[in-house]
Design a protein around this ligand. Structure first.
Ligand code: PEP
Ligand code: MG
Length: 888
């Protein structure tokens, strides 16, 4: 019995449901569910993904084994439809479509009207009372079969169609006369025979068998493999095959076909959204050959069908609890649903839909939080064309995918790949795109097509990739061979710069300055929900008052890393810093430090004020001192350029100063500066530098507190590797604080803690924790030290190859290496909490803004992650999803 179940490869729609996606594919499982839910779906059956996988291993033998089940399923179809396979009076025709467990738009091919041959053609013509329709159906079938099963190119078929249209002096396929269609069919059959070397198969069973095998094989077509790789879809899923009885949208004016989203996939508004064509068959809508009508027009053309479609949309949303992407056909005013699946949507739409569905009580807040991916959150910070900037419009089309992007025009995907590998930014411009263009779409900044609608290939793929896209720019004439793009008098060539505004469907001339997007009220509210479920807080890496302000706006609950070195880099401060570093006596150094202290104090005061009520971790000076000094060559140039008309004494004095600096630079030279004289080692050798910073922090805190600000200063010591280092600075800070208490009478709560970025510090966690109120994992340095990689060298020399050879699965500087670095963090967290129960633990390396790494930090039980301000929304969402046990 068990074996029988395992070997069951064919399911009628009535036997499946939505939970059987892995076995029946997404399309099949949903068709089955819709049948269960009482929606009108054309009868059909599904051959399972297991059959595909077995076929790819066993070949034709598998088909032999399952053939009896397929014949039986087909007989049941005859009964359900009242039509006959290969016979009259009404011949049964089927579509054969692939359907993987994960939606792969445009990746697999469809064959419609299968079952037509020279015998069933006149029967169809008679039964439908429409001879033209019968020939039209046959020519479509021949072409699809030839392309999908035999791999013929579409060009020769298209040529024939073009010839007939020229002969009949018409523009579109649907205008071809009955005689014209008849001649198209003869010509197609002749092409097929000439190119394949045998006549077009007349036996419907043979047609079916070949079509099923072709769908199985298409799982391993190169474009399917590329799509899976781009989207991290496992190659081991396989595709199911859906064999569905045909219904016809091209039987006349009472028929039509369309695709519709139950809500707007671009902005999330709760209206039916999509397109339809009257008197057309399936592929016509997505192929982008005829520009379809917006679905709202259906209300006027066939009000009853519009009403019914609204009802279907409502019922599907209530069942699936998500926005759906529905394909439908109207055959003589009967609405059939051919497919439903979760609708792909822009990031903006993902937020609006999730938010609205909570309000509509379709889902709860937690569910809503899972509906927005961290990547969506990232995309929401997409660039836009500012409304107040002057732009020159080249063309208008459909706003197929939001955001704005710009670059040089390129007309072919290969060229797009070549140019981007040279560091150029490109916009891919094509009449329309097909799955073969996927590599070009993947690298382009934006996409423009002259044909196609909101559901064309370019539109769907660009939305998925989060790229701006404008489709249906019909006023643009694109000549790929000549490499030009024309609109009236304006002619642009490959290499000319354009800007694409996907949010408003505009193609603009030249390089338009773009602005960063804002967070909508709905997204802000969802981020509040996220904060309520997350156990990790999100803090910011912020070095300036402006950064701090932005961090608060994005919802940071503290500053986890203020890198004070950045404060010394301005034009007015750097010379003082240089002078301080080269000073030959402590006295001289102290006087420059005094100047620097006043400046730093001002910055800290402003940061504390921005962060009123929230903790601010300020890290003392970290980089090697030579980073603040000019290059040797620059000093030599400065010496040569000393003004000749200067007083001799003054000139000598200046020259001497510069020579001293040269000597100092020489003395500070290191073989490996990142492992050299940096971090707290500088503070040990020059305690006055760290003391200056500590004083600046405490004085600023006292002053801000006097002004009514709630200040929570935390002083962080970088690159600690020995407990004595931490002990020394702990005492230094406490001593200085005591002095202030005595002299000012003010008291302030502060913390002193350590960066954890040296492996040795982890091994002696307990000793360091004796002196530290908090630890912050500096996973940038820690990753370098644990792997013994210098990041820049590793990334430029060998990391790429390591990833290619799969020695590493991820770049450990982007996604935290759980196995090595993560294990050390785990050890440290355990020991730290044992030594000091209430120690505050966080991360401030780059990984703090990476969703996968955030999930790990959640599992470790850290208190917060700290990342750059622009990554905060992503991190807040990722922290909530980690708490909800949800990974994308
Ligand atoms: C780190 O090492 O992770 C860190 C945050 O410090 P920096 O990147 O400034 O060295
Ligand atoms: Mg560091």
């Amino acid at each position: 019995m068990r074996d029988e179940v395992k070997r069951k490869f064919v399911y009628d729609f009535e036997e499946g449901d939505a939970a059987m996606t892995n076995l029946l594919g997404g399309k099949g499982a949903n068709l089955a569910q819709m049948v269960r839910n009482g929606l009108r779906v054309p009868p059909g059956f599904i051959i399972t993904t297991q059959a595909c996988l077995s076929y790819l291993q066993e070949g034709e033998k598998l088909l032999e084994d399952i053939w009896p089940s397929i014949r039986e399923a087909l007989s049941r179809l005859e009964v359900k439809t009242g039509k006959k396979w290969g016979k009259g009076p009404f011949p049964l025709l089927v579509s054969v479509r692939s359907g993987a467990p994960v939606s792969m738009p445009g990746m697999m091919d469809t064959i419609l009207n299968l079952g037509l041959n020279s015998e069933t053609l006149p029967l169809l013509s008679h039964a439908s009372q429409n001879e033209r329709f019968a020939f039209d159906s046959y020519r479509r079938f021949i072409q699809m079969y030839a392309e999908v099963v035999k791999g013929l190119a579409s060009a020769s078929f298209e040529e024939i169609l073009a010839e007939v249209k020229a002969r009949e002096k018409i523009q579109f396929d649907y205008e071809i006369s009955t005689d014209g269609m008849r001649s198209v069919v003869s010509a197609f059959l002749a092409i097929y025979e000439a190119k394949v070397g045998e006549p077009f198969p007349q036996d419907p069973w043979e047609q079916l068998r070949q079509a099923i095998a072709a769908v199985f094989r298409s799982w391993n077509s190169s474009r399917a493999i590329t799509y899976r790789e781009l989207n991290s879809i496992p190659h081991t899923l396989g595709t199911a095959v859906n064999v569905v009885s045909m219904v016809f949208g091209n039987l006349g004016e009472q028929c039509g076909t369309g695709v519709c989203f139950t809500r707007n996939p671009s902005n999330g508004c709760p209206d039916l959204y999509g397109e339809f064509l009257i008197n057309a068959q399936g592929e016509d809508v997505v192929a982008g050959v005829r520009t379809p009508l917006p679905i709202s027009e259906l209300r006027y053309v066939m009000p009853d069908m519009h009403e019914e479609l609204l009802g279907v949309a409502h019922s599907l949303e209530n069942y699936y609890k998500d926005m759906q992407d529905v394909e439908f056909t109207i055959e003589n005013r009967r609405l059939y649903i051919l497919q439903t699946r979760e609708g792909k949507r822009s990031a903006a739409a993902a937020v609006k839909i999730a938010h609205d569905m909570v309000r509509e009580q379709i889902i709860n807040r937690q569910e809503a939080l899972k509906r927005v991916t961290p990547r969506d959150a990232e995309l929401l910070l997409h660039k836009q064309v500012p409304s107040d900037v002057h732009v020159s419009l080249l063309a208008e089309g459909l706003p197929a995918s939001p955001g704005a992007g710009k670059g040089i025009i390129t007309f072919t995907p290969d060229e797009a790949v070549r140019l981007t590998s040279e560091g150029q930014k490109v916009v891919l411009v094509r009449p329309e795109t097909s799955p073969d263009d996927i590599h070009g779409l993947a690298v382009a900044e934006a996409v423009v097509t002259s044909r196609g609608g909101m559901t064309s290939h370019a539109a769907v793929v660009a939305r998925g990739m989060g790229k701006p896209c404008v489709t249906g720019c019909e006023s643009l004439s694109i000549n790929i061979e000549q490499g030009i793009l024309q609109k009236g008098d304006i002619v642009l060539s490959a290499g000319d710069f354009i800007t694409v505004d996907g949010s408003y469907g505009r193609v603009l001339l030249g390089d338009v300055p773009l602005v960063d997007a804002q967070i909508t009220a709905e997204f802000s509210e969802m981020l509040q929900w996220a904060d309520n479920v997350a156990s990790l807080q999100v803090w910011a890496n912020a070095d300036t008052p402006l950064d701090a302000k932005r961090a608060r706006e994005f919802g940071a609950k503290g500053i986890g890393l203020c890198r004070t070195e950045h404060m010394f880099m301005s034009q007015e401060r750097l010379p003082i810093m240089e002078r301080m570093i080269v000073a030959e006596s402590k006295e001289k150094r102290l006087s420059d430090l005094e100047l620097l202290k006043a400046m730093q104090k001002e910055d800290f005061r402003a940061i504390f004020t921005e962060m009123d009520g929230y903790p601010v971790i300020i890290r003392l000076l970290d980089p090697p001192l030579h980073e603040f000094l000019p290059k040797e060559g620059d000093i030599k140039k400065r010496i040569l350029e000393l003004p000749t008309d200067m007083e001799e004494k003054e000139r000598l004095f200046r020259e001497e100063e510069l020579i001293d600096m040269l000597k100092k630079i020489e003395s500070l030279k290191e073989v490996n500066p990142m492992m050299g004289f940096r971090g707290c080692r500088v503070g040990i050798i020059y305690p006055e530098i760290y003391e200056m910073q500590i004083r600046a922090i405490l004085e600023a805190a006292i002053e801000a507190q006097k002004n009514g600000v709630t200040v929570i200063p935390e002083i962080m010591i970088p690159l600690v590797g020995i407990s004595g280092e931490m002990e020394f600075f702990r005492h230094t800070v406490d001593r200085i604080a005591q002095e202030y208490y005595k002299s000012t009478g003010a008291s302030i709560d502060y913390k002193v803690g350590s960066m954890i970025e040296v492996p040795r510090a982890i091994l002696i966690t307990e000793k360091i924790a004796l002196y530290a109120d908090f630890f912050s994992f500096g996973t940038n340095d820690l990753t370098q030290a644990v792997f013994a990689y210098s990041r820049d060298d590793a990334e430029s020399k060998f990391l790429g190859a390591y990833l290619e050879k799969e020695l590493l699965t991820e770049n450990p500087f982007h996604i935290l290496d759980r196995e090595g670095v993560g294990e050390m963090m785990h050890f440290c967290v355990d020991k730290a909490r044992k030594t000091r129960q209430n120690i505050s633990l966080g991360i401030c390396g780059e990984h703090g803004g990476n969703p996968e790494s955030i999930a790990f930090c959640h599992a470790l039980g850290l208190d917060y992650v700290s990342c750059s301000p622009f990554r905060i929304p992503v991190a807040r969402l990722a922290a909530a999803q980690a708490a909800l046990g949800f990974t994308n």
